[in-house]
Ligand binder design. Sequence first.
Ligand code: AMO
Length: 424
Amino acid sequence: MSRTMAADIKRHTGKEVELSGWVHRLRDLGGVTFLILRDRSGSVQTVWDKLPELTPESVIRVYGTVVENEAAPGGMEVQGKEFTILSQAEGNLPFAVPGDHTRVGIDVLLDNRMLSLRNPKLRSIFTIQSDILDSFARYLRGLGFTEIKSSKLISSGSEGGTGLFPVEYFETQVFLAQSPQLYKQAMVAAGMERVFEIGAAYRAEKHETARHLNEYVSLDVEMGFIESDQELMDLEVGILQAVCSDISEKNPAILEDWGASVPTAQQLSGIPRIPYDRALSLLSDRLDRRVFELTPEGERELCSWAKAEAGIDAVFVHSFPRKKRPFYTFPNGRKTMSFDLLFRGLEITSGGRRINDYSKLTKNIVRSGLDPVDMEDYLSVFRYGCPPHGGFAIGLERLTQQLLGLANIKEASLFPRDRRRIRP
Ligand code: AMO
């Protein structure tokens, strides 16, 4: 007999099935025991006259007959006949896997990540994340983008000289990549024109916030032959439309479980685009004081402005001043052709057009306090000729966090790394 998944038992009413999975809950009513079996598809009630000594989370295989029972979850249950323990779990779990995870503090959940990831609701975050990754890649491939994987060991910073994790590398020292920025640009210039990369990025920042990780997954996009960053914002809207429609189609139950909803395609195409200076003056008006910078409070406030103005709590802020952007950003007078996307109160994307002129780039590197000698390989991309181009990066965990309404970004990272946490 082949294995039946818990979510499929309805199709087998009246028949014998084999189920395998974890002991989710056990309820002994003296004479009859209810065992909820959990597998990757969901869970199902099984009923037994007699069961061996058993602990929650043990892995089992059972045979039994599927019957209708209005009182059972989902209206179906399996009357158990045969039972095998594939792996017995220890009895003293630090917390019960089923149930409301919010009653267990985030530190306990993260310290015991191997166990907390078994909670179906917590694990479902990564089902949504898998959907995001799939839609992102499929949408871009459909537009002629090629997926690349670049090295995460770099010899100089790609986002400026700070925030780098040094790594001992034989007789020398290298760094963990802050982003694939320079390599994605190199691949546009190499003739691929349109590339994307999904990979880890490392930031040696001492932040302890609900929006920062020291290791995150960066969804990077870079495309050639663009003229302005508006085209990049159009592309990002298209990506988000694909992501949101796929998630709500594939996993509506997970969204419902989290009390989350995703914006519609129409709402996304209406995301306002405002220059940085206008964002600051809007904030000054709304907060009733002079605002000089975009802070987390400002990001939240701008999103509530956008919600009232355009019906979506998201806004593209563009035309950042030169000093606010990395050395590779294309200048436009005292401003730059660059943007951030703020979504539900949090920056989830940065991007922009890049400088593609060798001498302008060299000057900008010096101006940013970096040494062009350290960036010779990167500079050779431009010395040999490079199309006008630009791109952006979306933080995977931040996007997941905002789509599901998670309080802390760490919930959206399988095994988060922060200043104090390097295990499990
Ligand atoms: P930036 O440094 O703004 O831009 O990063 C882009 C996006 O990556 C995510 N992100 C983070 N997520 C969690 N923890 C962090 N510490 C963290 N830092 C960044 C955010 C952010 O918007 N090379 C450019 C992108 C480009 O221009 O293509 C870059 O890395 O969602």
